[in-house]
Design a protein around this ligand. Structure first.
Ligand code: FAD
Length: 393
C-alpha cells in the first residue's frame, strides 16, 4: 500500500495521464523543489521558468491547436497537482497563463487574437495575465468600475485592477471592463473582455510587496490610464459576467486538483518527520494522537483526490457544471488547508521555518482559499444549486 496514494486513486488514471504525472513530478521534484524555499524567501521566480514549463507542454496543455498539447482535462489536473505539491505559486503561474489568459483568448478571442498570442504563449515566449478583480470589486465583479469608452473606432480603457497574478511579467492582459456600447439590459450585462498588449501607452503594472502568502508568485496592481485600443481588441461574442465566469471555471478546475498536491506534500512531510523524530524514547508517529492526525490526513488527501479524478472525468465528458466545480474547489482547498495546519503542528517548532514545506503550503493555501472565488462564494454557489435560491445578495 502506497502511503501517498492510500486508495490507489491513480489506478483510475489512463496510461497517458500517468505519463503526465510521472513527467511533471520528476521535473517538479528535481528542478523546482530544491529551490522553492529560496524563491519563496526572496519573493521571486527565475527568469527562465516560463521557458522550462513551456518545454514540458504545460501552458494551455488541455487546449487544442496553436502549439498546445491538447491533453485531457484530467491530465491537465494531474499536472497542476504535481506542480502544487511543490508550491501553489508555481501552479498559479501555469493556471493563469493557460486557464485564465490563454483559455480566455482561445474561447472568446478572434482568429487574429488567437494567431497573434496563443502560439507564443504556449511556447512561453509571451506571458499573459487576467484582470478582473478591482480594489472595490472582488467577490462582486459586476460592480467593477473600469470603463471602456468608444472614441471613433477605438476603445479607451480607464480604471485599475488589483491582485493580478503575473501582472508585471505579462506581455498581454485580458482585461474586463464595463463597455459603453454593449447591451444594457441589466446589472453586469455590459461587461466585455479586451486583449491588451501591456506595452500599450497608459498601461502600468506595479508589483504588490510584503505578501505573506504566494511569495513564489508575482501579484500586481494594474493601472489603465487612457489605454487606447483598436476596435478589434474586444472579444466580439460575449458580454456580461458570463465571459469572465466561464474562464474562471476553467482555472478553478486546476485549483481543485492543485490543492490535492499541496495536501499530499504536507501529509507526506508530516509522516516522514514523525517517523524520524523521537520523543519520550519512541518515534512521534507511534503515539495515538499522532496517528489520529495522520489517519485524518490520509482520509482528507484521498477523498480530495477521488473528487478531483471524478470531476476530471465529468469535465472530459463535457458534463461538468459550475456548481460542481464550486463543490470541488471548496471541498479540496478546505481539506488541504486543514491538512497543512495539522501537519504544521506535527513538525513542532521546525514546522514554522522554510526548511520544511508545511507552513509555506499553509500560507499559500490562504490565498487559494480566497482567489478565484472565496470559500464563501463557492458555498453560496452550491447552496444556490441545491435550493434554487440565490443568497449572494
Ligand atoms: P471581498 O470580496 O472583499 O471579500 C472579503 C470577505 O467577504 C470574503 O471572506 C468573502 O467571502 C466575504 N463576502 C463577500 N461577499 C459575501 C457574501 N455575499 N456573502 C458572504 N460573504 C461574503 N484576481 C484577478 O482578477 N486575477 C488574478 O490573477 C488574481 N490573482 C490573485 C492572486 C492573489 C495572491 C490574491 C490574494 C488574489 C488574486 N485575485 C486575482 C483576486 C481574488 O480573486 C480576490 O481576492 C477574491 O475574489 C476576493 O475578493 P476580495 O479580495 O476583494 O475580497
Amino acid at each position: 500500500m502506497d502511503p501517498a496514494d492510500f486508495l490507489a486513486v491513480d489506478d483510475l488514471l489512463t496510461e497517458d495521464e500517468r505519463d503526465v504525472r510521472d513527467t511533471v513530478r520528476a521535473f517538479a521534484q528535481a528542478e523546482l523543489a530544491p529551490h522553492i524555499a529560496e524563491w519563496y524567501d526572496a519573493a521571486t521566480l527565475p527568469d527562465d521558468l516560463a521557458g522550462r514549463l513551456a518545454k514540458l507542454g504545460l501552458f494551455g496543455m488541455h487546449l487544442q491547436g496553436y502549439g498546445c498539447a491538447g491533453t485531457s482535462a484530467t491530465a491537465y489536473g494531474v499536472a497542476c497537482r504535481e506542480l502544487e505539491a511543490v508550491d501553489s505559486g508555481l501552479r498559479s503561474f501555469v493556471s493563469v497563463q493557460g486557464s485564465l489568459a490563454m483559455y480566455a483568448i482561445h474561447r472568446w478571442g478572434t482568429d487574429a487574437h488567437k494567431d497573434e498570442w496563443l502560439p507564443r504563449m504556449a511556447a512561453g515566449e509571451a506571458i499573459g495575465c487576467f484582470g478582473l478583480t478591482e480594489p472595490d470589486a472582488g467577490s462582486d465583479p459586476g460592480s467593477m468600475r473600469t470603463r471602456a469608452r468608444r472614441d471613433g473606432d477605438d476603445w479607451v480603457l480607464n480604471g485599475s485592477k488589483m491582485w493580478i497574478t503575473n501582472g508585471t511579467l505579462a506581455h498581454v492582459a485580458v482585461v474586463w471592463a464595463q463597455a459603453e456600447d454593449g447591451p444594457s439590459t441589466g446589472s453586469g450585462q455590459r461587461i466585455r473582455g479586451f486583449v491588451v498588449p501591456t506595452d500599450t501607452p497608459g498601461f502600468t503594472a506595479t508589483k504588490i510587496q510584503r505578501k505573506l502568502s504566494m511569495r513564489a508568485s508575482v501579484t500586481a496592481e494594474l493601472s489603465l490610464d487612457d489605454v487606447r485600443l483598436p476596435a478589434d481588441a474586444v472579444f466580439p461574442d460575449v458580454t456580461g459576467l458570463k465571459g469572465p465566469l466561464s474562464v474562471l471555471n476553467e482555472a478553478r478546475f486546476g485549483i481543485l486538483w492543485g490543492a490535492v498536491g499541496a495536501a499530499r506534500a504536507c501529509y507526506q512531510e508530516a509522516l516522514d518527520y514523525t517517523l524520524g523524530r523521537s520523543q519520550f524514547g519512541r518515534p512521534i508517529a507511534g503515539f495515538q494522537l499522532s496517528q489520529r492526525k495522520l489517519a485524518d490526513m490520509v482520509v482528507a488527501v484521498n477523498q480530495a483526490s477521488l473528487t478531483a479524478v471524478h470531476l476530471g472525468r465529468l469535465k472530459d465528458a463535457g458534463t461538468l457544471e459550475p456548481a460542481q466545480v464550486s463543490f470541488g474547489k471548496y471541498a479540496n482547498v478546505r481539506a488541504a488547508i486543514e491538512v497543512a495546519r495539522s501537519a504544521r503542528t506535527m513538525l513542532g517548532g521546525a514546522g514554522i521555518t522554510l526548511d520544511h514545506g508545511v507552513m509555506r503550503h499553509m500560507n499559500n493555501l490562504e490565498t487559494v482559499l480566497t482567489y478565484e472565488g472565496t470559500e464563501e462564494m463557492h458555498l453560496l454557489s452550491v447552496g444556490a444549486a441545491v435550493t434554487g435560491i440565490n443568497a449572494f445578495r
